[in-house]
Design a protein around this ligand. Structure first.
Ligand code: UTP
Length: 291
């Protein structure tokens, strides 16, 4: 049975690129317009029917827990004041089945994934990085839908990729491609942030994965490098055995852990927001005249 019912969102990184805000506010609580990025990701999961979410947080990140938790006094007040629309918006934050695991020391992505092991055990799981948003337009197949369909059909781990060119290849994990059919790539190697000459293809790994149950066990057995274990090492092992697939995602990816990516996300989400679209468009037009 290849059904994917669980997801891990690692959200325990230090977020140093976003200091000083990330000193006290965990990066996944940074909002795009009025919603923290972690809620967009929870919504992405529930839209494909993955209901059990495990968020890996750093110690003292209880603000994330509070965001998804009860707020009886606030709800009572909103109802008393007749603010039913706002009440509904608040209720939306409570509809997720979220559990938390704490990563005591930020020792990397693989370390964060292992913190969720007691919840996932040897079951397959979706993995969504807490600082990437994926927007699917009307004609796009949502990224997680595509990945879960491929996993459910093949039983093989599958990662989402995007095309990158020039110096950009060195910013991401890179895949070697053995073959491709119907947009599904059979991966034969993984290389972390290669130089332009070392790159195996123009396909970069993005923060969306569906991984088979065996990955957790593989992570546990990996030898640390520089005192860290790497998800890439487990993926490379799968690739060598012919057990790793990849698919280029459709839509737009926002790296909200990067300052410009964050600014871009806010502008583009504002342009799609019915309350803000007109004002934002007018502002952009006016600014463009002055640039
Ligand atoms: P990043 O590589 O963006 O690291 O992590 P970071 O610490 O969040 O940010 P910078 O680079 O210092 O600014 C990618 C994802 O993996 C999670 C992060 O929360 C982010 O969603 N992560 C990373 C963990 O959960 N734990 C870690 O130890 C490292």
């Amino acid at each position: 049975m290849n059904k994917v019912t669980k997801a891990i969102i690692p959200a325990a990184g230090l977020g140093t690129r976003f200091l000083p805000i990330t000193k006290a506010v965990p990066k996944p609580m940074l909002s795009v317009i009025d919603k923290p990025t972690i809620q967009y990701i929870a919504e992405e999961l529930s839209s494909v029917g993955i209901e059990e979410i495990i968020i890996v947080v750093s110690p003292g990140s209880d603000v994330i827990e509070r965001h998804f938790g009860e707020a009886d006094a606030l709800e009572k007040r909103l109802l008393e004041d007749g603010k039913t629309e706002l009440y509904e918006i608040e209720r939306q934050t409570r509809r997720f089945n979220v559990r938390f695991a704490v990563q005591e020391v930020a020792n990397g992505l693989a370390g964060a994934i292992l913190c969720a092991e007691p919840f996932v055990k040897d079951e397959p799981f979706a993995l969504l990085l807490g600082d990437e948003l994926i927007y699917a337009g009307e004609n796009d197949k949502p990224c997680m839908k595509r990945l879960t369909e491929i996993f459910e059909k093949t039983g093989k781990s599958v990662i989402a990729t995007m095309e990158v060119f020039g110096d950009d290849v060195s910013k991401y994990g890179n895949i070697g491609i053995e073959s491709e059919e119907d947009g599904i790539m059979q991966v034969n190697a993984i290389i972390e942030k290669p130089s332009v000459n070392e790159a195996l293809s123009n396909n970069a790994i993005i923060g969306r994965y569906v991984l088979s149950g065996k990955v957790m066990g593989m992570l546990k057995k990996l030898q640390p490098r520089n005192n860290e274990i790497y998800l890439t090492d487990a993926l490379h092992e799968l690739a060598e055995k012919g057990e790793l697939l990849a698919s280029c995602f459709e839509g737009i990816r926002y790296d909200v852990g990067d300052k410009f990516g964050y600014v871009r996300a806010n502008i583009e989400y504002a342009l799609r927001n019915k309350e803000l679209a007109k004002q934002t468009k007018d502002l952009i037009k006016q600014l463009a005249k002055e640039l």
